[in-house]
Design a protein around this ligand. Structure first.
Ligand SMILES: C[S@@+](CC[C@H](N)C(=O)[O-])C[C@H]1O[C@@H](n2cnc3c(N)ncnc32)[C@H](O)[C@@H]1O
Length: 273
């Protein structure tokens, strides 16, 4: 039987795990579509859920970050973690890893690094304090390590099944489908003012505003957070009679996202049929 994932099978910052229930619910409403284009696919979670919920639809997953490479290398990631687990047996969960054990762990990883691909994001989530995202050996070597290792192997079988995978800038992909009235766009751009260091690049306000121009006249499910204040901005624009508010008559749903024990922010989903 085909497995249905309710979260990305490998750690991914900003995945819309908490919205899956709402997302499934609103997806049902789009009866008159043939295609779903996930412009900012990230971990591919929304594409995956879409294809499982609606196998009849063509689902295009824009894998800008090459998440597929991390999935393809999961056996190596599991192998590295299997070598690290016995070393961490003497360290209590969530406690700091002593210097000599840390050195042993770095030596294991360095060897794999010399040989080829290492998924530092996944290893980081087993060795670093939650919320730390690293992408290279040099970044890992600077960090204090904690025993937060996952007890079992990562399992990714079938996750990308049925998806059409592309890799590119969202603008080009949007151009290909913009005139197709039977397309629903999933629009989940990088966060504006939160830590986005594990993504390929950093988004400034003008990048964020460019997205708003796309929303006019299309079917979309758009995600943002209260940190970007983009919904508030559009309400202001509407009140001030400029371009109009692209979120007018769109439905808003929210979810509380815990960054760590002290900090949280609100994720927002906007739906326009
Ligand atoms: C908030 S995440 C998407 C998360 C995704 N919905 C999920 O559930 O995993 C935004 C993604 O957009 C990617 N991105 C950044 N610039 C991009 C661009 N110009 N075109 C397409 N994707 C881009 C980021 O690297 C990141 O993976």
């Amino acid at each position: 039987m085909t497995k249905v994932y309710s979260s990305a099978p490998l750690p991914f910052q900003g995945q819309k795990r908490l919205f899956i229930k709402d997302f499934k619910e609103v997806l049902k409403r789009f009866n008159n579509i043939t295609t779903v284009v996930d412009l900012f696919g990230g971990s591919g979670l929304l594409s995956h859920v879409t294809k499982r919920e609606r196998p009849d639809l063509r689902v295009v997953y824009n894998d800008y970050d090459y998440f597929c490479n991390r999935l393809a290398n999961v056996a190596t990631t599991n192998e590295i973690l299997a070598q690290i687990r016995p070393i961490l047996n003497v360290v209590a969960p969530n406690k700091k890893v002593p210097a000599e054990l840390r050195a042993q762990i770095l030596a294991i990883i360095a060897e794999y690094d010399n040989d080829g691909y290492v998924d530092y994001i996944t290893l980081g989530s087993s060795l670093l304090f939650s919320g730390k995202w690293i992408k290279s050996f040099s970044e890992l070597a600077k960090e204090t390590m904690y025993n937060v290792i996952k007890r079992s192997d990562y399992e990714v079988t079938g996750y990308l099944d049925g998806l059409e995978i592309v890799h590119g800038d969202y603008k080009e992909l949007f151009e290909q489908f913009r005139d197709d009235k039977d397309t629903l766009f999933l629009i989940d751009p990088p966060y504006l003012s939160t830590d986005a260091c594990s993504y390929e690049n950093y988004w400034k306000l003008s990048d964020y505003l460019d997205i708003l121009k796309l929303l006019v006249g299309i079917k979309y499910i758009y995600f943002t957070s209260n940190k970007s204040q983009v919904v508030e901005l559009c309400e202001w624009i509407d009140a001030n009679n400029c371009i109009g508010n692209p979120f007018k008559e769109a439905e808003m749903r929210t979810r509380q996202n815990m960054l760590n024990y002290h900090a949280s922010f609100t994720d927002i989903m906007m739906v326009k049929e």
